[in-house]
Design a protein around this ligand. Structure first.
Ligand code: AMO
Length: 438
């Protein structure tokens, strides 16, 4: 490229500032339209689209562009010209030089209407769709807002190992992997290690990382590998403190997403994002069950709700309270993890909670049992082997503060934020019992 050509990149969104100037653009060729004397290419970069105009009088440029196929990656140099008749931003770029850096095969593997499964098969193409670009912009903003909130409240970030010598939740949903001459398990949650950090005096910790579940679930909300957002907080009085923290965190994060991406989300997903009001409604499990039964839905289990029950309950409570979120608290001990703290006056109930957002569970949390002797008793009551829990139980032998925390599914939050039907629309690459590729 000659020295006189600009070397710095200009983004499409900045082009109005450069009318009459030479610019260098990087992007994909969205469409190519050939006329007898002219060629029009729409170039797309992450900030927008612009029409590139090529006069066929220039035979070298014509030859270069003859090879161009849709979705090829290219670098274009040209002059920005005001063109009020052009629908795309009222300007165009007259082509002076082009470099086709990545020529696309003439036949693209998918189209917009190919369906989600095909989109995932060819993610390098479907990720280019504007809605998909927005998903990951929103995800970035959401995580940034959460990190800012955690920082403001004195949290530290941890990165706990995903290879474990034992199970981190229940043994039935764990992936076993060969680990030299023994077997390792992929972490189902950072549960044990976030509690260890509290025992280690870290007081408030968070982790955003992968969690693995060998669940043969074929639903639109389950993945075998998902991103888990975990928190653990020391020196709490009860689980209400945890819920109070979570609702403020979510209100801040959702408010930030609304501020940064509100109009674009409205345009591409038809969803108006309004930050939730505080406090979120809360209902105890026993009361929630009564409500469900009165609505004619009798849950199959006495100590837990099915997904349909959660949906019906959520809908009913939203009509009553005008709120999209609902905490269900004080679940029966028999349906919760052995490490949930029991209520003092009702040891058959826990200080545990779930958070539903428009009928979908996005969080499980609880105050934990931090007293070694009681924790051992609760494990034994469940028939759990103390041997396999020995490392975990050690965490509580040398003085551990009262504490609790929660885990949120990143994909599920995005599903609700953008109102999409499947977690796979908001996941970079899906992992299910039937999908391990690409
Ligand atoms: P739980 O198993 O409920 O709790 O998981 C916490 C949250 O993670 C999300 N989630 C999933 N997302 C996608 N695919 C899955 N297969 C999947 N499984 C769970 C959900 C869920 O609410 N250790 C506890 C948390 C805690 O008490 O701190 C735990 O893992 O949004």
């Amino acid at each position: 490229m000659s020295d006189s050509l600009p070397s710095a990149r200009t983004l499409v969104s900045d082009l109005p500032l450069h009318i009459g100037q030479r610019v260098r653009l990087y992007g994909f060729a969205e469409t190519i339209r050939d006329q007898k004397r002219m060629r029009f290419v729409v170039l797309r970069d992450p900030t927008g689209k612009v029409q590139i105009t090529q006069s066929k009088d220039d035979s070298a440029l014509t030859a270069a562009l003859d090879a161009l196929t849709p979705e090829s990656a290219m670098i274009v140099t040209g002059t920005v010209v005001a063109a009020p008749a052009v629908k795309l931003g009222g300007l165009e770029v007259t082509l002076e030089a082009v470099e086709i850096c990545g020529l696309a095969d003439a036949q693209l593997p998918i189209a917009r209407d190919s369906g989600l499964d095909k989109w995932i098969d060819h993610r390098q193409v479907s990720l280019r769709y504007p809605e998909q670009q927005l998903v990951f912009a929103v995800q970035t903003t959401l995580e940034e807002a959460m990190r800012a909130f955690w920082k403001q409240h004195g949290f530290r970030e941890i990165h706990s190992p995903k290879l474990m010598g034992t199970f981190s939740e229940s043994g039935s949903e764990v992936f076993a992997v060969k680990y030299f001459d023994t077997t390792a398990f992929l972490a189902q949650s950072p549960q044990f290690y976030k509690q260890m950090a509290i025992a280690g005096g870290m007081e408030k910790v968070f982790e955003v990382g992968p969690a693995f579940r060998a669940e043969p679930s074929f639903t639109s909300r389950h993945e075998t590998e998902f991103t888990s957002i975990d928190m653990e907080i020391g020196w709490i009085e009860d689980h209400y403190e945890l819920m109070d923290f979570e609702e403020r965190l979510l209100a801040h994060a959702i408010g930030t997403v609304a501020e940064v991406h509100g109009p674009e989300i409205e345009a591409l997903f038809g969803m108006t994002i309004t930050p939730p009001t505080l406090p979120f409604p809360k209902v105890a499990f026993a009361e929630a069950r009564k409500i469900l039964v009165s609505l004619g839905h009798v849950p199959a289990r006495r100590d837990d709700f099915d997904a349909e029950g959660e949906r019906i309950l959520s809908e009913h409570m939203a009509a009553e309270t005008g709120h999209e979120f609902l905490f269900i608290t004080d679940y029966p001990a028999s349906s919760r993890a052995f490490y949930h703290m029991r209520r003092k006056e009702r040891p058959d109930l826990t200080r545990g909670f779930d958070l539903l957002w428009r009928g979908l569970e996005i969080t499980t949390g609880a105050q934990r049992e931090h007293r070694h002797d009681r924790l051992v008793a609760q494990a034994l009551e469940r028939g759990l082997g103390l041997e396999s829990l020995s490392d975990y139980l050690e965490f509580f032998r040398f003085g551990c503060p009262p504490h609790g925390g929660m885990g949120l599914g990143l994909g599920r939050i995005l599903m609700r934020l953008l109102n999409v039907a499947s977690i796979r629309e908001v996941t970079l690459l899906s992992r299910t019992p039937k999908r391990l590729r690409p």
